[in-house]
Unconditional design. Structure first.
Length: 794
């Protein structure tokens, strides 16, 4: 929420400076996110008036103007379409400085111009650059424009928590400042605008639970082409909104001032009646931003007899939008229930100022005052005549006042000290909480009825928070807790999960933290058989299911890095996944997984390294670092994962359980994701990797090791892992190390075969191995390999 400090002080003016005001707001839970000057930074710009406007002798589209600046006149060449005799506008004389430029005396097609008449865009006071900024007649000639516009002001921006929707308006902030300083708030009056027409437009509510109250009013004869007054444009600008047209500007102004969203429809585009109802199957709506959206059945709509004309509480439709030719307005001012709007805007990707307020809760008693305020401003700014206010309600669905109990004993317990009764009474009165003190079963207590604008007051702890906020957290003493701090028990059968991250960081990976919500299409691409948990109210279509794997998020991070010219990427993540949609709560099936992704050169660019790309064996080495964390025995086998390359992928087993997979992404997956470099990935069950193998202490071997190298020929389908497994079964503890040092396919080897060079390091625990022993072990190995795989010595 951004607002002008000067505007706020018209409502409430405490005896504190800007810094003190910001400290007060932050201390009360309304965090100040930033303070910026309202002045754009121009110098030497004054209020001028065009005394004479004549056609340029050499250019039809230009005018030669005589401009009075209070101390004389100057000649200015101007091409603005709205320049005319008598208009007052900003005059930047020779030597003035505008944002990003300086004004100099210039000759324009033979006529000397001693300055310029400025548009709002040239002064950085808005986006309108099509014409000069027209100033009120009341502005004095020659007055500095900054002084005339009150630009000696600051813009304060608040970062509000979701429970404080009541402070998404100047009215709400002024109310808080008044409470904090025990100062009266001077709210502007909203007198009723007497109708001068009898015109009404029928309204029906078919979804009372979503729209308990709907106010409407017909205004005829408005002139949308009139310029919005500069004072109103300035208040919008300092609040972060741009001027659109008088109708939209007025509704935005009331939104900022009172916190009540409103919407104006082109009355002539509506057919027969307005109906508030839920969407029906197959309906769609083109929004004001030009997007066509297919409507879900739980979407609350504003419709006429032809169909939807607006998404209630979010955005209007293009088919009923106010435009330059609009003359007659149907003004909407409604109370939409938060549950009816919550998630709708995010689900369609249409987050708006109106939806932000309706989701958090709008005061259900505010609509009458807001309607009168808006109509009065609209007639003042754009003219027109108004019909009577039509109130359509579903009273059974209007929120009722809620009474909450606060026990004295509970207040003292949570605060840690005694806040005097008179202070509690005064705080509640200043907050308009209507307190009633009485004796309860647990001693003294207050019965508090929260006002309609405080949706967040529901339980006893909410009242305790309000007391602390207004009383002042800095006034509450600090008591150090007295408690035992038992030492954390460290289990012996697992290693800390952080060791997994440490291993990958040591291997050159960087940790990524990605969303648990991912895109369904990406899940389908990587795991076609997965049944992910769907989000009931997703922030967007791209985040509508919960991840079954870490790879979708890591791939998104990879693509972001590649798009920013980072051609060597190593990322990992340690996080929860939600494998299946079983109908139970998602947390019931959470699985902690560790995954990584890598692509690009093997080494960072250096004169001392060769520019080679990463391959399967590099990632296998990184995976082995992970597997060594718990010291577990594992075996590597072929993988059937359809998302991985069939010839460059593997699965890792701990005993008979598959713990994870690694390898290169399937070329089709790389193609769909527009990945030009080979990408390698791995993912494992983190809990399985941190299980620690029971420690075994052995004496340092006293007897020497011996090594024998064998070159065996096997079928191409036989993996080195299968060979190693067979050898270990034969030799048992005698085999100290199995090493694959060569793989050969070529001359002298059949095309369906390959040669594996393996090194067997043998060691006996209690004696030196004789040559006969070594020969016997080698023969045993060859016989087993011949039996299992048809292997032969090369």
């Amino acid at each position: 929420m951004k607002f002008s400090e000067r505007w706020l002080r018209e409502w409430v003016d405490p005896a504190v400076d800007t810094d003190g005001l910001c400290d007060q707001l932050t201390g009360a839970g309304l965090e100040v996110d930033g303070v910026s000057p309202a002045h754009p930074g121009f110098e030497g710009v004054v209020v001028g008036q065009v005394l004479q406007s004549e056609s340029h002798p050499a250019a039809e589209h230009l005018r030669v103007c005589t401009v009075d600046h209070g101390a004389g006149t100057v000649a200015v060449v101007c091409g603005a379409p709205n320049v005319r005799t008598g208009v007052k506008a900003p005059l930047a004389r020779t030597g003035a400085r505008l944002p990003g430029t300086a004004v100099a005396r210039r000759e324009i097609q033979g006529v000397v111009s001693d300055g310029m008449l400025c548009s709002a865009a040239e002064l950085d006071l808005g986006d309108d650059g099509d014409g000069i900024l027209e100033l009120p007649d009341a502005f004095a000639l020659g007055e500095e424009l900054g002084r005339a516009l009150g630009l000696a002001d600051r813009c304060i921006e608040l970062d509000l928590t979701p429970n404080r929707g009541d402070c998404l308006s100047l009215r709400g902030i002024a109310r808080e400042v008044g409470v904090l300083n025990d100062t009266a708030v001077r709210a502007p009056e909203c007198p009723a605008v007497a109708p001068t027409l009898d015109d009404v437009f029928p309204v029906e509510i078919d979804a009372g639970e979503g729209c308990p109250r709907y106010l409407s009013r017909v205004i005829r004869g408005v002139d949308v082409r009139r310029p919005t007054p500069v004072w109103l444009r300035e208040r919008l600008r300092r609040s972060g909104l741009r001027s659109i047209d008088p109708v939209v500007d007025v509704t935005n102004y009331v939104l900022l001032e009172l916190g009540q969203p409103m919407h104006a429809f082109d009355l002539d585009s509506l057919q027969n009646r307005v109906v508030v109802r839920w969407a029906r199957p197959g309906e769609s709506l083109e929004m004001l931003d030009g997007r066509e959206v297919a409507l879900e059945p739980d979407t609350l709509l504003i419709t006429d007899d032809r169909g939807p004309v607006g998404m209630a509480g979010v955005m209007g439709g293009a088919n009923s939008a106010v435009g330059p030719g609009t003359r007659n307005i149907f003004m909407e001012c409604a109370y939409f229930a938060p549950d009816a709007i919550h998630g709708t805007a995010r689900g369609y990707g249409l987050q708006t100022d109106a939806s932000q307020r309706y989701e958090r809760g709008v005061d259900p008693t505010l609509q009458e005052a807001a309607m009168e305020r808006a109509i009065a401003l609209l007639i003042e700014v754009a003219g027109g005549e108004a019909g009577p206010v039509v109130v359509t309600e579903s009273r059974a669905h209007l929120p009722e006042g809620r009474t909450v109990r606060l026990r004295r004993r509970r207040l003292d317990l949570l605060v840690g000290e005694v806040v005097p009764d008179r202070d509690v009474d005064r705080i509640f009165e200043r907050l308009e909480f209507a307190p009633r003190r009485e004796d309860g079963e647990d001693g003294p207590e207050w019965r508090v009825t929260a006002p309609a604008h405080r949706f967040d007051i529901a339980i006893e702890e909410d009242l305790v928070e309000e007391v602390c906020r207004i009383y002042g957290y800095n006034r509450i003493g600090q008591d150090d807790p007295a408690a035992a701090l038992p030492l954390r028990r460290i289990p012996r059968d697992v290693v800390p999960q952080s060791r997994l991250a440490d291993a990958l960081v040591a291997a050159g990976y960087r940790e990524a933290i990605t969303y648990s919500f991912v895109e369904p299409a990406l899940v389908e691409l990587l795991a076609p058989d997965a049944a992910p948990v769907r989000i009931a109210n997703p922030m967007s279509v791209e985040q509508s299911v919960m991840r079954t794997s870490l790879l979708p998020g890591l791939l998104g991070a990879l693509r972001t890095n590649l798009a920013r010219q980072q051609n060597r990427v190593r990322l990992f993540e340690l996080g929860q996944c939600f494998p299946e949609a079983t109908g139970a709560a998602p947390e019931a099936s959470m699985v902690l997984r560790v995954g990584g992704i890598a692509c690009g050169p093997r080494y960072a660019e250096s004169w001392a390294t060769v520019a080679e790309g990463i391959d399967f064996h590099d990632v296998k080495g990184d995976v082995e670092l992970l597997l060594d964390v718990g010291g577990l025995e594992y075996r590597i086998a072929r993988s059937s994962d359809r998302a991985l390359h069939p010839g460059q992928s593997a699965a890792v087993f701990l005993g008979d359980r598959e713990a994870g997979r690694f390898g290169r992404l399937h070329p089709e997956v790389e193609s769909v994701l527009d990945l030009e470099l080979p990408v390698f990935a791995f993912e494992f069950d983190a809990d399985a990797l941190v299980a620690r193998r029971a420690r075994e202490h052995r004496p340092v071997p006293r007897f020497p090791r011996v090594r024998r190298d064998l070159a065996i020929v096997v079928d191409r389908a036989v993996s080195a892992g299968e060979v190693e497994s067979a050898v270990r079964q034969v030799l048992g503890d005698i085999l100290n190390t199995f090493t694959l040092f060569d793989v050969y396919q070529g001359k002298s080897i059949d095309s369906n075969e390959k040669s594996l060079g393996v090194g067997l390091t043998l060691q006996h625990p209690s004696r030196t191995l004789a040559e006969d022993d070594i020969t016997r072990y080698v023969d045993m190995t060859l016989r087993r390999l011949k039996t299992d795989f048809g292997a032969r010595l090369r």
